[in-house]
Design a protein around this ligand. Structure first.
Ligand code: PLP
Length: 394
C-alpha cells in the first residue's frame, strides 16, 4: 500500500517549485522577457572558470577510477583537502573523520537531523525558515517547533528559544546568511543562543545539537559570518557548494561534525549511519574530485551586490517595505495585504513571481530571489509600480 505521508509530499510541490513551474509555462506562453521570475534560488552567476578546468583535467584520468564508487563518506583525499581548508579558514583543527560528503546541503540536513534525533523529539527552527526543514524533521518522526525571529532585525530571539526548549528538544537548526530574509546572525546573537543551549543541556542532562545550515556562508555584503562551531561546540555544519560556486545541479556539499564537540566521534559515525539509512552514500564522485581542486576558490558576489542595490533602491522609491539583507540573495518584502498568498496571486497578474511567506512559517511577506539578471530587476520596476498602484486605488 502506498504510504500516505509520502504520497502527500510527492503530490504537493513546494510553493517555490510550484511558482517556478508556473513561470516556465508562462514564459513559454508570453515570452521569456515578459515574466519577472523571482521564485527560485538558482544562482545567476556562472560557476568559476576553475571549476570547468578542474572537470576537464579530471576527464583525462582513467575513466574506471574516475567514475568508480568512493567510500560512503567520500573520497579520503578529498575529505583531507576539505578538512585542511576548514582548518585554515576558521583556525580550528578539522579532521577528515568528522566529514561526510553529501549531495548538497539537502542530503546533509536530512542526514544530520536523522543522526541526532529519535521519533517524538522536537527540533527548533527560527521562522521564517527554509520550508524543507519541516519535511526532513517530520520524515525523522520528530515535531517541528517554530520560534519566530526578532522583528525587524530578524536575528534569533534568544529568549523565545529559551521558552521553546523542553525535555524533548534534540536539536536547533539555524541558517545564516539566511534564506529567506537575508539576515546574518551576529556573534553576540550566536553567543546568546550558545549560552542558552549550554544551560539547557545541563538542566535537561542531554545534548542539544546545533545544526548550522550554511549554503550562503560566502554570499555576504560585508557582514561578519561568525564560525558557529567556534561559538557552540556541539555544532553540525551542513555546507554546500550550490550557491558559493554556483553548482546547485551538481549536488555536492558536506556535513562537518565539529571536532570540538564532546561526542563528535560518535556523532560523525551516526551521521554516516543516517546517510546509509537514507541512501545518501558516495556523493557524486566527479564533483567530489572537482571540489578538491577548487576548494578555496572565492565566491563572486559582485552581481548579487549590484542586484541588491538595484532592487532595494527601486522598491524603496515605490514605497515598499523590506528587510535590508546582509547576505544570501533574497529580499523579504512586506506584502501589501495581510494574506501573502493573495498578494502573490495579485502580483502574478503583473507577471511578477513572488513567493508568499506562508510556507516559510509566517504570514504577511513575500520572498524575492534576486539571483536573476540585472535587466530582469530593471524591467520589473514598472510592474512593481503598477502592483503598488493597484492597492493604492482600493
Ligand atoms: N538550505 C537552504 C537555506 C537553502 O536555501 C537551500 C537551497 O536553496 C538548501 C538548504 C539546499 O541546498 P542544496 O542545493 O545544497 O541541497
Amino acid at each position: 500500500m502506498i504510504n500516505e505521508a509520502m504520497y502527500t509530499l510527492g503530490d504537493e510541490p513546494s510553493a517555490i517549485r510550484e511558482l517556478f513551474a508556473y513561470g516556465l509555462a508562462r514564459k513559454a506562453e508570453i515570452g521569456e522577457d515578459a515574466v519577472f521570475d523571482f521564485s527560485i534560488g538558482n544562482p545567476s552567476v556562472p560557476a568559476p572558470a576553475a571549476v570547468k578546468e578542474a572537470i576537464l583535467e579530471l576527464m583525462e584520468q582513467d575513466p574506471v577510477a574516475l567514475h568508480g564508487y568512493s567510500p560512503a563518506s567520500g573520497d579520503p583525499q578529498v575529505k583531507q583537502v576539505i578538512a585542511d581548508s576548514i582548518s585554515r579558514k576558521f583556525g580550528v583543527h578539522a579532521t577528515p573523520a568528522h566529514l561526510y560528503l553529501t549531495a548538497g546541503a539537502a542530503a546533509g540536513l536530512a542526514s544530520s537531523i536523522a543522526a541526532v534525533t529519535h521519533p517524538g523529539d522536537e527540533v527548533i527552527v527560527i521562522s521564517p525558515y527554509f520550508p524543507e526543514y519541516k519535511t526532513w524533521i517530520e520524515a525523522a518522526g520528530c515535531n517541528i517547533v517554530e520560534v519566530p525571529a526578532q522583528v525587524p532585525s530578524f536575528q534569533i530571539d534568544v529568549e523565545a528559544v529559551t521558552a521553546a526548549i523542553t525535555d524533548k528538544t534534540a536539536a536547533v537548526i539555524i541558517n545564516s546568511p539566511n534564506n529567506p530574509v537575508g539576515a546574518v546572525y551576529t556573534r553576540q546573537n550566536l553567543e546568546g543562543l550558545a549560552a542558552v543551549l549550554l544551560a539547557a543541556e545541563k538542566r535537561l542532562e542531554h545534548p542539544i545539537y546545533l545544526i548550522s545550515d550554511e549554503p550562503y556562508r560566502e554570499i555576504t555584503y560585508g557582514a561578519e559570518v561568525p564560525y558557529v562551531p567556534g561559538i557552540y561546540p556541539r555544532t553540525i555544519v551542513c555546507y554546500s557548494y550550490s550557491k558559493s560556486l554556483s553548482l546547485p545541479g551538481e549536488r555536492i556539499g558536506y556535513i562537518y561534525a565539529s571536532d570540538t564537540m564532546p561526542d563528535g566521534d560518535q556523532v560523525a559515525v551516526a551521521v554516516a549511519g543516517a546517510g546509509r539509512a537514507l541512501g545518501y552514500v558516495c556523493a557524486p564522485v566527479l564533483q567530489q574530485k572537482a571540489i578538491a581542486k577548487v576548494v578555496d576558490e572565492p565566491s563572486d558576489v559582485a552581481a548579487y551586490a549590484e542586484n541588491r542595490a538595484l532592487l532595494t533602491e527601486g522598491l524603496s522609491a515605490l514605497g515598499y517595505e523590506y528587510v535590508q539583507p546582509d547576505g544570501a540573495f533574497y529580499l523579504w518584502v512586506k506584502a501589501l495585504e495581510e494574506d501573502a498568498q493573495a498578494f502573490s496571486d495579485r502580483a502574478k497578474e503583473y507577471e511578477l513571481l513572488l513567493v508568499p511567506s506562508d510556507s516559510f512559517g509566517c504570514s504577511g511577506w513575500v520572498r524575492i530571489s534576486y539571483c536573476v539578471s540585472a535587466d530582469t530587476i530593471k524591467n520589473a520596476m514598472p510592474a512593481f509600480a503598477a502592483l503598488m498602484e493597484s492597492y493604492k486605488k482600493e
